[in-house]
Design a protein around this ligand. Structure first.
Ligand code: FES
Ligand SMILES: [Fe+2]
Length: 404
């Protein structure tokens, strides 16, 4: 029997089919492309180490097939899209959306019931195409309708790429640990003036994080509620900084999926929901422009040069410099890493559950119209602060006293 405590790090981080980690990750729905990318040309996609091709057939239905044609392995990314599927460009084998062969022009027998191209179910929601790559293709678990995917608002779906600095040349778990890492917000990015006071709690869908700050007057406290939704979604509201209280009402909701491409690469899929159309929706573009303006000193031999102030690059430099797959046996994590340690525990529990034939936490048993993840930013009178953060109040008081 596989036990969570006995899993090696290799068991946890590998994504390929048949690995323990890969079997766990295949229990979840993954955003594999932006809806707007799937037009009249097949889209090559690599997820969880598998090469796939996504397309919309001429009847308007989406399909996701194994990239390499069952005939002689040419890629279907060059295939011709037809009414009910796609035809390989090489010798014309024609596949329907579930990988069944409808035609083989050069063969006397046109169909081939014994051959099936690999395929996965896909759904479209909130600006993304989601795929489920688990074994139960005919009846996958329901696609979770997380609040950001269905809430009212102006939605902007973006993907990371090498240019925007949000595709990482490292294992997916480093990416998720980074988005779960509360202390780096102060130190690496300077988003908080001092180390945030926070609490990490095991929630229904993942690691729930409460960050405390002093409020606008001595009798109030501000609470930011975030969550790392299993296995890799960073769900938060992008709040204005405390220094800028005028903008407190302008909350922006966000979810970031870290999508494993293979064992040593991952990519961000980012969904931002604004209450009204934003002036500049190029979140990544702003940082790219800033990066271009930074001149590198001629003797600066570091891979990314000066990363200071360019938030996506700060993250990228940290997680990639840990190594393609960080050796966690050499680490010394501590109290400041408690959210990450909880995340690791929950992922390990999930992997063990799957290995023992159970559904892991976060996989839905039944369709839900909307999952409210209870994310946001609120200010409370200290004596009315929610129960869950009350034990942090002395720490906050001590911080305020220290700051004078
Ligand atoms: S390789 Fe695809 S039809 Fe021959
Ligand atoms: Fe960061």
């Amino acid at each position: 029997m596989v036990k969570a405590s006995e899993l090696s790090w290799d068991d946890v981080v590998r994504v390929g089919p048949g690995t323990l980690g890969g079997n766990y990750l295949r229990c979840f729905w993954w955003p594999v492309a932006l809806s707007e990318e799937v037009r009249d040309v097949p889209v090559p996609v690599k997820v969880l180490g598998e090469e796939l091709v996504l397309f919309r057939d001429l009847s308007g239905h989406l399909a996701l097939l194994g990239a390499h044609c069952s005939h002689r392995r040419a890629s279907l990314e060059y295939g011709r899209i037809e009414e009910q599927g796609i035809r390989c460009a090489y010798h014309g084998w024609y596949y329907d959306r579930q990988g069944r062969i409808l035609d083989r022009p050069a063969e006397p027998i046109k169909t081939a019931p014994g051959i099936r191209q690999n395929w996965y179910p896909v759904r479209e929601l909130g600006g993304f195409v989601f795929a489920h790559m688990g074994p139960d293709k005919e009846s996958p678990p329901p696609l979770p309708r997380y609040d950001v995917l269905v809430q009212d608002g102006y939605r902007v779906a973006e993907r990371g790429d090498a240019e925007s600095g949000k595709a990482y040349k490292c294992n997916w778990l480093q990416g998720v640990e980074n988005t779960t890492d509360t202390t780096h917000l102060a130190y690496l990015h300077g988003i908080f003036e001092s180390c945030p006071i926070f609490k990490a709690v095991e929630g229904e869908f993942g690691v729930k994080i409460y960050i405390l700050e002093h409020g606008s007057n001595p009798n109030t406290v501000r609470v930011r509620k975030r969550c790392t939704v299993l296995p890799t979604i960073n769900r938060k509201s992008r709040e204005p900084r405390a220094k800028n209280p005028d903008r407190l009402r302008a909350q922006v909701q966000q979810a970031i999926w870290i999508v494993p491409i293979d064992d040593t690469r991952c990519e961000e899929m980012r969904l931002t929901v604004y209450s009204e159309p934003p002036k500049d929706k190029r979140y990544h573009g702003i940082y790219q422009d800033r990066a271009r303006q930074t001149e590198r000193k001629p003797y600066d031999r570091r891979l990314f040069g000066d990363i200071t102030g360019i938030v996506p690059l700060e993250d990228k430099a940290m997680v990639e410099s840990q190594g393609e797959i960080v050796d966690r046996t050499l680490e010394h994590p501590g109290y400041g890493d408690r959210a990450i340690l909880l995340l690791r525990k929950m992922i390990r529990d999930g992997i063990a559950d799957v290995a023992q034939g159970r559904k892991p936490k976060g996989v839905l048993q039944e369709e839900l119209p909307m999952i409210d993840l209870d994310i946001g930013f609120e200010e409370f009178e200290i004596d009315k602060a929610p129960e869950v953060i009350r034990d942090l109040l002395p720490e906050l008081e001590a911080q305020v006293a220290k700051a004078g």
